[in-house]
Structure formats: C-alpha cells, structure tokens
Design a protein. Sequence first.
Length: 187
Amino acid sequence: MSVRILALVGSLRAGSHNRQLAEAAVKLAPEGAEVDVFEGLADIPFYNEDLDVEGAVPAAAAKLREAARSADAFLLFSPEYNGTISGVLKNAIDWLSRPYGAGAFGGKPVAVVGTAFGQFGGEWAQDETRKAVGIAGGTVIEDIKLAIPGSVQRFAETHPVDDAEVAAQLTEVVARLHGHAGEPVAA
C-alpha cells in the first residue's frame, strides 16, 4: 500500500523556489510514498463561514478538502512573507480546519519545510505554519524541519532537486514523514 502525501505550496509565483522544492519532493519520494502537489490554491476564496455551507462549499475549497481527506500525511512548503506565513497557505489551513472538530487534517502527520531569501530560510513562517496546522487538527511532526536560507542565490541557476545537499535533506524529510504516516494514530 502506498502512502499518499499531499503537498501544499504557500507561494503562487510561477518560479517559486518553494514550488521547486515541492517538485523535488515528488521526484525524491521513496518507494511506497507518493507526493502529490495540490494545484488550485489560487482559486480558493478566502475562508468565510458564510460560504462554508454544506452542499454549497465553493468547488475549489471542496476539491482541496477531498484531496486532503484522501491523503495519509501532509508536507507544507512555507515561504516567509513579512516574517510570517503566506496568506494562501493560511487560507488553505483555514478551509481544512473545518468543519470544526472534523477537519480534513484529522490527526494526520504534517511536516513543514521551506526556503526563503533571508538568512534563516523562513523559520518564523514555518513555526507559524506548524502552530496553525496543529490547532487545525494536524499532528505536527516537530522534529522534521528544513529551512533553506538564501533561496534567491542558492537556486538562481540550480533546481533544488539538482542541489545534492538539499536533495539529501528533502529525501530524508519525505522518508521520515512517510514513516510517520505508516504509524497508527494515538487515540
């Protein structure tokens, strides 16, 4: 049985280095793990409880929830915007946190990684993302971390999958998340 890991990328930019990291995770996934990058976060309206009505949930949000429900684990790629989580990633977490008490994260393992221009690689945003997804019901694997600094220079001419150090680190992240997804969830 394959473990399905849903990847959510918090940047909508076509040339996003976090998007490139997600693409690398797809290629580097170990046998028995399948990483799927969710397409369509840009189409999801801002979370509004007035829109979140059974039978009338916006199609893009319903698509995200369905993809999340069928996932065994989550790998979130968080850029850092003004020292914190991007709006697009926070919005996805908000949609997946509902309905209250029965959100799509449902105790599933979650790892948060990313890259950013600054010297800390987006650690603040990743910490905020871990906090939000934990409150939303995900089981955050706190010891799986990867914050790659200096993304603009580091990935100017090299895709993350071709950076040996990053590829090794990302391979380990996906393998460890895969291992957590295979563990039974504690009641």
